[in-house]
Write a protein that binds this ligand. Sequence first.
Ligand code: NAP
Length: 278
Amino acid sequence: MRDGFRQRVEALRARTGKAPGLAVILVGDNAASQIYVRNKVRACASLGIQSLEHHLPASADTQVIVGLIEKLNADSEVHGILVQLPLPAHVDMARVLETISVDKDVDGFHLYNVGGLVVGSTVFPPCTPYGVIKLLEYEQIAIEGQNIVVVGASNIVGKPMALMLMQRNATVCICHAKTRDLAQFTILADILVVAAGKPNLILPQMVKTGAVVIDVGINRLPDGRVVGDVDFAGVAEKASYITPVPGGVGPMTITMLLENTIAAAERSLQVAPVPAVA
Ligand code: NAP
């Protein structure tokens, strides 16, 4: 996918003299967020996308962040704006996300894009679930008519994931921390998507033989290892497909951010608009 994106960036530059531009806002010193931002900036550079990191202190208040976003909204060199989450607790996250211009909302978290997701016409699908859809499509794994269980119901992964799968005519079940007896749902899944942030939440006896298992979770263990939410070694013996952590959904999330940024630039510069997806 990234090879294809490089060609799109070159075509854009040839026709307009401009490169796609992504502004990344990082507030505070969360170690994991710093790594994610570094990886995103690096990935942009590898494709010729200009990215500019705005690092604000943890003490920055909502008004300061909103002021920066307003400036970036008005900057014609910036086609995408990403605010790295989580924000410090004192910041009004909803207000920050609603300030991002819907045309630059490459993370897809603005209410306008969330609403688009509900009716199947979002402009910028949120990157992580969009990456999961692309993984399934690449492996030609049917979605329509499948029983799909999504474990996790957050606004940035679980809920948009479920909506995208419904849009593709899957029968979707969403589980969360208050779900009673998780296994009675997961065992029915033809495709199981797990995004809970709990290591070893999914054990082999909870998975149907031959199921496709997508592990979105990223957990750092006390010994420093990074693992997902699924007992990879055990579940790999039953699953027909399984994504590793690290190296599965994570790189796809970044890839879809690149796609959304290029699409935003193409729309803004009116070059070969890319059709909307849900
Ligand atoms: P989040 O906001 O903490 O949401 C976690 C969701 O999982 C909640 O809906 C929660 O239920 C549910 N949950 C928690 N414990 C559960 C349990 N024991 N059984 C069933 N459901 C449970 O997290 P998030 O932002 O969605 O992220 C989830 C995981 O994905 C994290 O590990 C995160 O690091 C990772 N992630 C990875 C990527 C990537 O690119 N690979 C991107 C984003 C996130 P309630 O709603 O009832 O609390």
